[in-house]
Design a protein around this ligand. Sequence first.
Ligand code: PLP
Length: 430
Amino acid sequence: MGSHHRQRSASEAAAAAALDAEDPLAAMRREFLIPRHDDGTEQVYLVGNSLGLPTVATKRYVDDELDRWATLGVAGHFTGETAWAPYHELLTDQMSAVVGARPEEVVVMNGLTVNLHLLLVSFYRPTPQRHKILIEDHAFPSDHFAVESQIRQRGLDPATSLITVGPRPGHDTIDPADIIDAIGRHGEELAVIMLPGVQYYTGQVMAMADIVRAGHEVGATVGFDLAHAAGNIPLEMHDWGADFAVWCNYKYLNAGPGAIAGCFVHNRHIADRTLPKFLGWWGTNKAERFEMKTVFDPIPTVESWQLSNPPILMMAALRASLDVIDAAGGMTALRAKSERQIAYLDQLLDEVIGDRIEAINPRPLEQRGCQFALRVTDESRDGKLVHAALEDAGVACDWRHPRVIRVAPVPLYTSFADIHRFVEILDGLL
Ligand SMILES: *Cc1c(COP(=O)(O)O)cnc(C)c1O
């Protein structure tokens, strides 16, 4: 390193420290357990888009339920403030705030893909005329599989019933107008539109309100996969009028590996008894659940989509995380910090390694969340090796086939110093 380089780097580190010093959410980082690098220092953890970090309190929330199980046994279902039978209700208000929904529209249950299947059972009701599902080109494989198998399950052929919209040749992100065009083009043949809130590869935020409007105009049902949106950007599922949505809670919602997932059904559909639905005992009238009646009496909320009594330990971990999000001031406060961090990383990338790294995520703030998708400009360099070297240097980030290193500064626990350190390490590697 030349002395000029060293001076620049030192003044940049001081600038990052100053940004941390004036960050009103800086203290939230202490609520999390940050994994350590081989040398004992904290990792630069930029992979919260894949698996968020545990809160310090998570273990206590889970331990409390293990203790209650040990002391109360089966009585824990109905005893105490965290009685297990209604435990999921403890999560409803906070979870609905994260996705911008009314409490009766949100429930935590199952995994994301399971919930997607359950909601497609209800909302994909193809007719000979209206039978198509619109997804994105290169959708996350699980979403693609779910949709494809739902189509086959109805005796239809994905070759004619599954349609996609993607980036134009030579582009990385989808032109929002192309989505609206595709909806108009397929019009009356379109049964369901199932798009991500935030695209997992490029980090592109979809124009959800516009998509709902265009979908409803042609008579289609509109659902979103919020896996990369929930906990990343503020959402307004109710006001935008989405019909349904699903998400996982282990990415930006820090509820742990394999965490229990979430789902949303707009309240205009909740009382609709004509919707086909797979049923289980956890969806029927709570007061009569243990009377073992076999006449289904749906709970008058989205809880009627529940099947099984849910995993308490996973819900305890989610509670710990949602309490920290509340303590931070919720999604509006988190997004305000996130926008500062996005601008800061943009600036460092431009100034320090703009000649060697290309960001394929959208540039305008309203079209992106906290995830960056970076490509090494020099095509002769193997991006995968660059990613491996980053990991060796203590930066946790991820590699997504075919060419992208994804990094996500998460406002809850990523510091401005982390962002600076990441760029400095990447600069050294390239
Ligand atoms: C993470 C992710 C999933 C994962 O599905 P699970 O059912 O939680 O395993 C599915 N779809 C998208 C778009 C994702 O980003």
